[in-house]
Design a protein around this ligand. Structure first.
Ligand SMILES: [Zn+2]
Ligand SMILES: [Zn+2]
Length: 472
C-alpha cells in the first residue's frame, strides 16, 4: 500500500467539485510580511499561535535542529510588519519535535501550559508575563507522571475552561490519555478522565500524542482526532509497546461539555466521551496535523500532518529507472468538519502551503480569517538546501467557498495560473508543474513562473496586459 502526494501537484487541476456535500472549493494565499532588516521569527514547528486584535502571535517552538526556541512575536495584520515581544519565562530544558506548547487566549490574556500545575500568563494589553497559581479539585491529585515533563499534548478553550488532552508526561513513552480541565475563573483543575498508565479502554480515547483538538462552542463539544503512540520512542527506551514505526490512530471522538458528569469510579462508564463516526470526505489517519475551529464558517479546519508508516511514491518523477519513494507521508491537504451534520468536506485547492506537520492555524475572531504559520517537513520529501531538516516561517490564509469563508472567485483564477503548489511552481502559460521553473524577472516581482523560453515568449503579452508587468 502506498499513496501519491496529498495533494499531488500533477493531478490537482483535474480534481473538480463533483459532490458538493463532501467537497468544497478553497484557496490558500501566501502572505508576504515586510521584514525590515530581516526582522522576523525564525522558522519553527510545534509553536503556539493565536490572533488578538488584528495581530497574529507566534510563541516558542522548535527549530530545524530540534532545539527549543523561546521567543515571541506578532505580525501586525494591517501593516504587515513583524514585532518581537518579551519571551516566555519557562526554563524547561526540553527540546525535541514533540514539545508542543498549548497556548490559549482568554479575556486578553494568554495561558501557556507547560505541564506544571501553575501556568505562565501573558497579558496582551500590558505585554507582561506572570504566573497563575492553581489548585486541584478536592480529592484529586496532580495526575502526570513527572511534573513539568509534559510534551505533545493538545488543548482547547471553551467558555472559561482550558482543556488539555494526552501527550507524553515522562512516564510511558507511548503517551497517555489524561484529560484535564482548568476553570480559569477559580484557577481549579479537574482531572476529567484518563490515566498516565497504559490501560486500553473502549469508552474513551486511548493514550496518544499530538492529536488534533478543538472546541465547537455552538454544539458544546470538544473534538479529538487521530494522533499517534510513540512506539519508536518506546523502542529507544526498551519499554513495552515498542515498534519500528509510531502507531497512527484512526479514531474521532467528542466530549460533551454539558452532559451530566458521571462518577469516575473504576466501574463507572465515562459517558461524556463519544466515539464519532467519520462521515463524508474525512482526512486519512495522521498525527501532528494543524487544526482550529473557524467561528465564521462554523467548521473545524484540519491541515497537513504526518504518517510514519504510510509510503508515498512520486508520480511522473523518476531518477534513473526508479520512481522515488518514501516510507512515510507528509500531508499538504485541507479538510473541514461541520459539527451540525458531522460531515467532513475535502477542500479542493489549486495552490497550497508545502507538505508539513506541526504547523498551527489560528482564527481571527474579529475578521473571521484564519492564518497558518510554520511547521516542518523532511528535506527529501520537500527538497531543501538545508539537509538537517526544514522548518517554515511562512504565513498563509485560507478562503472557502462557504458562508463566512471570505470567498473571492478572483483568487481562484490567480491560483490556477500562479500559486505555488508546495515546492512546485506552475507555468503561467501552459500550466505545467515543476520544481525549477524560471521566475518572471519583470516588474511583477517574480510572482509568475514560466517553464521554458518558449512559454515565456508565448505568455508574455497576456502577463503584461493582465498584471501590468514590465521589463526592468
Ligand atoms: Zn510552460
Ligand atoms: Zn512579471
Amino acid at each position: 500500500m502506498f499513496v501519491y502526494r496529498h495533494p499531488e501537484p500533477n493531478m490537482i487541476d483535474k480534481i473538480k467539485v463533483t459532490c458538493p456535500e463532501i467537497q468544497v472549493r478553497g484557496t490558500w494565499e501566501k502572505l508576504l510580511p515586510i521584514t525590515q532588516g530581516g526582522l522576523r521569527p525564525n522558522g519553527r514547528c510545534a509553536h503556539s499561535s493565536w490572533v488578538w486584535r488584528g495581530r497574529l502571535y507566534i510563541c516558542s517552538g522548535v527549530n530545524e535542529y530540534q532545539m527549543e526556541i523561546k521567543d515571541m512575536w506578532y505580525l501586525d495584520l494591517k501593516t504587515n510588519i513583524w514585532k518581537q515581544l518579551p519571551s516566555p519565562p519557562t526554563k524547561r530544558p526540553i527540546a525535541g519535535l514533540s514539545s508542543v506548547r498549548p497556548t490559549r487566549v482568554w479575556r486578553d490574556k494568554v495561558y501557556l501550559f507547560v505541564g506544571t500545575q501553575n501556568l505562565h500568563v501573558f497579558d496582551l494589553v500590558t505585554e507582561q508575563w506572570s504566573t497563575l497559581k492553581t489548585t486541584m479539585q478536592r480529592g484529586q491529585t496532580w495526575p502526570y507522571s513527572v511534573d513539568g515533563a509534559l510534551t505533545a499534548s493538545a488543548s482547547a478553550l471553551l467558555d472559561d475552561k482550558l482543556y488539555i488532552f494526552g501527550g507524553e508526561d515522562g512516564g510511558d513513552p507511548l503517551g497517555q490519555n489524561i484529560f484535564m480541565a482548568l476553570d480559569l475563573t477559580t484557577a481549579k483543575w479537574t482531572h476529567v478522565s484518563g490515566t498516565s498508565a497504559n490501560i486500553p479502554k473502549s469508552f474513551e480515547p486511548n493514550l496518544r500524542t499530538l492529536p488534533c483538538m478543538w472546541a465547537s462552542p455552538l454544539h458544546r463539544k470538544i473534538y479529538l482526532l487521530y494522533g499517534s503512540a510513540n512506539r519508536t520512542q518506546a523502542r529507544l527506551q526498551h519499554k513495552p509497546g515498542s515498534g519500528e514505526y509510531d502507531y497512527t490512530y484512526e479514531d474521532f471522538w467528542s466530549w460533551d461539555v454539558d452532559a451530566p458528569s458521571s462518577s469516575s469510579s473504576s466501574s463507572g462508564i465515562q459517558s461524556r466521551w463519544t466515539r464519532e463516526r467519520l462521515r463524508g470526505n474525512f482526512p486519512s489517519p495522521r498525527t501532528e496535523a494543524a487544526s482550529v475551529y473557524w467561528d465564521a464558517t462554523g467548521r473545524a479546519v484540519v491541515y497537513g500532518g504526518y504518517h510514519g508508516s504510510l509510503p508515498t511514491i512520486e508520480l511522473n518523477v523518476s531518477i534513473g529507472n526508479q520512481q522515488p519513494m518514501y516510507d512515510f507521508t507528509f500531508f499538504g491537504d485541507t479538510f473541514v468538519h461541520d459539527p451540525e451534520t458531522n460531515v467532513w468536506q475535502h477542500v479542493l485547492v489549486r495552490g497550497f502551503p508545502s507538505y508539513r506537520a506541526m504547523a498551527t492555524i489560528a482564527s481571527d475572531p474579529d475578521t473571521g480569517k484564519v492564518y497558518l504559520f510554520g511547521g516542518y517537513t523532511n528535506p527529501d520529501f520537500v527538497p531543501a538546501k538545508n539537509i538537517t531538516g526544514r522548518v517554515y516561517h511562512d504565513v498563509w490564509t485560507l478562503k472557502l467557498d462557504l458562508p463566512g469563508g471570505n470567498w473571492n472567485p478572483e483568487d481562484l483564477h490567480r491560483d490556477m495560473r500562479a500559486e505555488k503548489m508546495g515546492p512546485w511552481m506552475r507555468c503561467f502559460t501552459c500550466g505545467n508543474c515543476g520544481i525549477s521553473w524560471q521566475k518572471c524577472a519583470g516588474a511583477c516581482g517574480g510572482k509568475y513562473y514560466f517553464c521554458s523560453k518558449e512559454c515565456q515568449k508565448a505568455g508574455w503579452k497576456e502577463h503584461k496586459e493582465k498584471h501590468g508587468c514590465k521589463k526592468l
